[in-house]
Write a protein that binds this ligand. Structure first.
Ligand code: ZN
Length: 313
């Protein structure tokens, strides 16, 4: 019995020991399992992160490709539009050339000394109504009158330079002061229109003698200097005399229509200074007369041959 018990005890001990050993194994096994699960989770997490990064990279690449495609399409669109505009311009030039060849002559209406609020918009209204383009030789303008320069540009007229000031004693002190006078108004026009004008008209014209009073020989020097600087200057060969002796709109009409000659480039001098109503009143009739006589009206451009007077100082 005792022996049995001992034996039992021994066996029990052995069993217990075996149980303890297997418990430790189990613990180790569990630990390994947990470790394995953790490792798997970490690997899965890494895989998810990796996949997300790849996906985002692909997405960014896709967006970049799309953006490049849009930019390319935009550039192509602009290029096509520019080409179309250029072709349209060439067709228009060709059409104008043909029209000029069969015309009696060409009339360039030019308006000096503006813009002014009571003359310029009325002149622009008439020109718009008759679909005639003209050239404005402008003087310094204030904020209020800037809108008329913008309108001249929008409606397709040429904005040319007359001077920042018209005061002869300031303009013709020297060749330098006259050139500065063009540069100053040129800068103002550029501020307004975004375009540089190289078409000029000397205050009083290149044939003026008043400059003698302030600087002898200044015009002789200036007509060469301005060309060297890339300007092209225009005088006139038809004078409406609206800044001189013309008293009525009939006088203006007569002066212009009797001055215009066929088969030449007629550059007509008129003014849009304040209160020049006689010119405004004559303008529509002058255009009607020109069209009836078979003339075409043009604006001065960089390609128009210069029309100049002889120099007298
Ligand atoms: Zn003038």
């Amino acid at each position: 019995m005792r022996f049995q018990l001992n034996l039992d005890l021994k066996e029990g001990l052995t069993v217990k020991m075996n149980e303890e050993v297997s418990g430790e194994n189990k613990k180790k096994l569990n630990y390994k399992r947990v470790l394995l699960v953790v490792v798997i989770i970490i690997i899965m997490l890494l895989l998810i992160i990796f996949a997300t990064v790849i996906k985002n990279n692909n997405k960014a690449e896709q967006i970049r490709i799309e953006a490049d495609k849009v930019a390319e399409e935009e550039i192509m669109k602009i290029a096509i539009e520019t080409q179309k505009k250029e072709e349209e311009r060439q067709r228009e030039k060709e059409r104008e050339k043909q029209e000029e060849e069969s015309a009696t002559g060409i009339i360039f209406l030019t308006f000096d000394d503006g813009p002014t609020s009571d003359s310029t918009p009325q002149i622009l209204d008439i020109l718009k109504n008759r679909n005639v383009k003209a050239t404005f030789f402008v003087l310094h303008y204030d904020e209020h009158n800037e809108q008329f320069i913008k309108r001249e540009q929008q409606e397709g007229h040429t904005i040319a330079l007359h001077g920042y000031t018209h005061n002869y004693s300031e303009v013709y002190q020297s060749a330098e002061t006259c050139i500065e006078n063009f540069e100053k108004i040129g800068n103002q026009v550029y501020q307004t229109t975004g375009e540089r004008s190289k078409i000029i008209r000397f205050p009083g014209g290149s044939s003026n003698t008043i400059s003698k009073k302030y600087c002898k020989g200044v015009m002789t020097e200036l007509v060469n200097r301005v060309i060297e600087l890339g300007y092209r200057y225009f005088d006139w060969n038809v004078d409406s005399d609206d800044a001189g002796h013309a008293k009525t709109s009939q006088d203006i009409y007569n002066n212009v229509t009797s001055g215009i000659k066929p088969e030449r480039k007629n550059v007509v001098l008129m003014h849009d200074f304040a209160g020049n109503y006689k010119t405004i009143d004559a303008l529509d009739s002058i255009i009607s007369w020109g069209l009836e006589q078979g003339y075409v009206f043009r604006k001065i451009t960089d390609e128009t041959p210069m029309v100049t007077h002889g120099v007298n100082n």
